[in-house]
Ligand binder design. Structure first.
Ligand code: LP5
Ligand code: MN
Length: 239
C-alpha cells in the first residue's frame, strides 16, 4: 500500500490538523510500504532550524517512528514550505524528492508534483516562485536569524493573502496547457499533485493518449489521503 498526502498546512493556529496527522501516522499509515508527502506539510517553514519548536519536532518524530517501523517516506517542498530541506528530512527519516518525480505503480507510470508550477496564469505567483527557488535568495534569507525569518514569513503571508483578494479564482487553478506540457514531458505518464485544494481525478487526452490527473485534498479537520494498492488501485480515504 502506498499513500499520497499534501497540503496539511500544519501550524500552531490549527491544532486539530496536527492531531489528525498524529492519529493518521499512528493508525492508517502504519505498516504501509511508502508515504509520499507532496508539499505544504507545514503552513510556513522558515528553515530547518525551526525544528527547535517542540510542535515541529513532534511532527518529525512521528514521521521518524513510522520510518523506523519500515515505511519509506518521501517529502517534496510546496509553496509554503519551500525552505524545508535535508535537515528536516533527516530528522523525519525521510528522503527529500524534487518535482517532477517519476514513480511507476504496477503497469502505470506517474509523475508527482506539488502543483503550483502548473498554475501558470498566476504570473505574480510564478515570479515569486522563481525568486524563492533562487539559491542566492535562499542563502541570503538563511543568513538571517530564525526570529527575523519568522517575521519575514508573516510579512510574505500577509502580502500573499492581500494579492489573492484581487485574483480571479480561475487563475489560481492549473493552466490546461501547462498540464498537457507536464504530461508530454513525462512521456504521457499520469500526474498526481496537490496545491489547488480541488480534489478530483481528471482525464486529459494528450496526443491521442488519455492520461489521469489526481488532485489531492487539503486537510481541515481530518486526515485525507490517496491510497494505491496493487489489488485495489487508487482510492481517496479519510479518517
Ligand atoms: O499560499 P496560498 O495558498 O495562500 O497562496 C498561494 C500563493 N502564495 C504563496 C506565498 C505563500 O503563501 C507564502 C508562504 C510563506 C511561508 C514561509 C516562508 C518562509 C520564508 C523564509 C523566511 C523568509 O505561495 C499565491 C497564489 C495562490 O497560492 C494560488 O495559487 O496566488 O501567490 C501569491 O499570492 C503571490 C503574490 O501574487 C506575489 C508575492 C507577494 C509576496 C512578496 C513578498 C516579497 C518579500 C521579499 C522579502 C525578501
Ligand atoms: Mn501549496
Amino acid at each position: 500500500m502506498i499513500h499520497f498526502i499534501s497540503d496539511l498546512h500544519l501550524s500552531p493556529k490549527h491544532p486539530q490538523v496536527a492531531a489528525a496527522f498524529l492519529r493518521y501516522i499512528g493508525g492508517p499509515a502504519r505498516g504501509i510500504e511508502a508515504l509520499y508527502i507532496l508539499g505544504d506539510l507545514f503552513d510556513a517553514w522558515p528553515g530547518d532550524d525551526a525544528l527547535v519548536d517542540p510542535a515541529a519536532r513532534g511532527i518529525a518524530d512521528a514521521l521518524a517512528a513510522l520510518s523506523a517501523n519500515g515505511t519509506k517516506i518521501y517529502i517534496m517542498q510546496g509553496n509554503r514550505d519551500f525552505m524545508l530541506d535535508r535537515g528536516f528530512a533527516a530528522a523525519a527519516g525521510a528522503s527529500l524528492i524534487e518535482e517532477p518525480y517519476a514513480l511507476s505503480l504496477g503497469e502505470t507510470r506517474h509523475v508527482l508534483m506539488h502543483g503550483d508550477a502548473l498554475c501558470t496564469d498566476d504570473v505574480a505567483y510564478q515570479q515569486f516562485r522563481t525568486m524563492v527557488r533562487n539559491p542566492q535568495w535562499r542563502a541570503a534569507v538563511l543568513a538571517k536569524n530564525l526570529q527575523e525569518r519568522l517575521a519575514l514569513a508573516a510579512e510574505i503571508r500577509m502580502k500573499s493573502e492581500h494579492a489573492k483578494q484581487d485574483k480571479d479564482t480561475e487563475i489560481m487553478d492549473v493552466n490546461i496547457a501547462a498540464v498537457e506540457a507536464a504530461i508530454r514531458d513525462a512521456d504521457h505518464a499520469d500526474l498526481i499533485h496537490g496545491h489547488t485544494h480541488r480534489p478530483a481525478c481528471h482525464s486529459h487526452v494528450v496526443d491521442g493518449k488519455t492520461c489521469k490527473r489526481w488532485v489531492l485534498h487539503d486537510w481541515r479537520d481530518k486526515a485525507e489521503w490517496l491510497e494505491w494498492s496493487p489489488e485495489g488501485g487508487f482510492a481517496f480515504r479519510s479518517c
